[in-house]
Write a protein that binds this ligand. Structure first.
Ligand code: PLP
Length: 491
């Protein structure tokens, strides 16, 4: 802690002199600020030399894990490398210094970028119109569900109040549908981990408003019965929603629009390599077929000749769902990613992601980590169950995940999807070289081997990280969490 390192008089900074014209008279200030708000003593700031401050922050940064540090195969989250060229362009002052209240005439370039990005995403997804506004996948889903509701209402189909959601879905799906006022009907997955048209029988009816389908699903496999499922739901007047958070598996291969979906969202912070994690901004653009276009959130970016403008005059729109036009700086990065890879590059990225995932799976010791989708090729990620390992040794998926940290790599997603016991969900992404995939598999296999001889050590892993194994209850319970620095002697 900087406060603990502080020694009086150890000053480590020098500030340039403030020009006369910019100096503020303290006397004048005290006339404006109420007495009760004025500081009566000096601020107690730590006093340190420059190297001490520098070392403190570098040390903190080293306690963090990031994709720029090592392999980060957190399944479903798609922690793919964020190309520095996209970062650099988004940081260009002409983009970074834009203000949302600027006049339209002065932001023509930004609007053009966003407009073009919309067109590109329409091309990639096969949808007719897209809104870039939602700030995340979950918000995209919510927007989709709201549009579905308005559309059905306008068609006089208010009795449609049920949303079909597979049991393998991301938790955001049932949450978004519920928030939009639908009743969620759970569809069980088949033995092979997919949704079959057969499974809809008895659950689909005139009350079905629509269905949310994740493709590839959370087991990392393609839903093979999409055509039959879509037909069944459409015949009853329902709409099909495509959760395309992980379109990164399918770029240039198939398009939701061609598969007759009515609404789709994509996560640019997964599929198009924009940064995420740590609560930073993302974007979950939502695309629709022309029948639903008038319900998209306002404002819409429209082009008239050479000019771009923001259109708020859309009576059927579900309204504004995000301030201004969405997370523009993030969208610029997605635009750069798409342009820098191009049509063929995007397709190759998906192919590489799928190849990496299948290769890594093929290297795993299947007597410890059993595949959940035997006989079906994986897409960009796969899920194994550590149940065989746990049965044999008592070492669980959670213990394996902790032990991986000791090798300087990030662990996979654990205990998701909920339909797999002792789940480890691995998504290597297209940016890892082959050697890293091999080393990762070796690490997992070696942990399985060590589970016999050095079980106690594994059960208390990690040992090489800045912080050891946390008590998961105390680490997340408000009564026991320590969120502020407290002076040691005061504790
Ligand atoms: C990540 C993800 C979401 C949610 O996206 P957020 O941007 O985290 O809100 C929804 N569905 C699937 C399949 C996902 O992988």
């Amino acid at each position: 802690m900087l406060n603990e390192l502080s020694r009086t008089g150890r000053i480590g900074f020098s500030l340039p002199e403030i020009p006369k014209s910019m100096r503020v008279n303290v006397e004048d200030l005290s006339k404006v600020i109420p007495d009760a708000m004025l500081r009566t003593s000096n601020l107690d700031l730590p006093q340190l030399s420059e190297p001490e401050v520098l070392r403190h922050y570098v040390r903190l940064s080293q306690m963090n894990f990031a994709i720029d540090v090592g392999m980060y195969p957190l399944g479903s989250c798609t922690m793919k490398y964020n190309p520095k060229v996209s970062q650099r362009i988004a940081r260009n002052s002409k983009i970074a210094n834009l203000h949302p209240y600027q006049d339209e005439e002065t932001i023509q370039g930004a609007l053009e970028i966003l407009y073009e990005l919309e067109r590109m995403l329409c091309e990639i997804t096969g949808m007719d119109e897209i809104s870039l506004q939602p700030a995340a996948g979950a918000q995209g889903e919510y927007v989709g569900a709201l549009m579905m509701k308005s559309y059905l209402h306008d068609k006089g189909m208010q009795e449609k109040d049920e949303m079909l959601v597979p049991d393998s879905a991301h938790g955001t799906n049932p949450a978004s549908a519920t928030m939009a006022g639908f009743k969620v009907v759970k569809i069980p997955s088949s033995e092979q981990g997919i949704v079959t048209a057969e499974a809809l029988k008895g659950l689909v009816s005139r009350k079905t408003a629509g269905m949310m389908l994740t493709v590839p699903n959370t087991l990392g496999i393609f839903e093979r019965e999409i055509v039959e499922i879509t037909k069944t739901v459409h015949e009853l007047g329902g709409l099909m929603y495509y959760d395309g958070a992980n379109m990164n598996a399918l770029l240039g291969k198939v398009r939701p629009g061609d598969m007759d979906f009515d609404i789709v969202h994509i996560n640019v912070h997964k599929t198009f390599a924009t940064p995420h994690g740590g609560g930073g901004p993302g974007a979950g653009p939502v695309g629709v077929s022309s029948a639903l276009a008038e319900y998209l959130p306002i404002p819409r970016i429209v082009r008239k000749g050479e000019m771009f403008s923001l259109d708020y005059d859309r009576p059927k729109s579900i309204g504004a769902i995000k301030s201004f036009y969405g997370n523009t700086a993030v969208l610029v990065r997605a635009y750069c990613y798409i342009l820098s890879l191009g049509r063929d590059g995007l397709k190759t990225a998906s192919e590489q992601a799928v190849l990496s995932s299948n290769y890594l799976l093929s290297l795993l010791d299947d007597e410890s980590y059993s595949s959940t989708t035997i006989g079906v090729p994986s897409k960009h990620e796969f899920v194994v169950s550590a149940s065989p390992l746990k049965r044999r040794t008592g070492v669980s998926a959670g213990d394996v995940a902790k032990a991986i940290l000791d090798s300087g790599k990030h662990s996979p997603t654990t205990y998701f999807p909920l339909i797999v016991s002792e789940a480890l969900m691995v998504e290597p992404t297209e940016t890892e070289p082959r050697e890293n995939l091999e080393t990762y598999a070796e690490t997992l296999n070696e942990i399985a081997k060590r589970a016999q001889e050095s079980k106690t050590e594994l059960l208390s892993a990690p040992h090489n990280t800045a912080i050891g194994r946390l008590d998961e209850y105390r680490a997340s319970h408000p009564n026991t969490m320590i969120l502020n620095w407290k002076e040691l002697k005061a504790r």
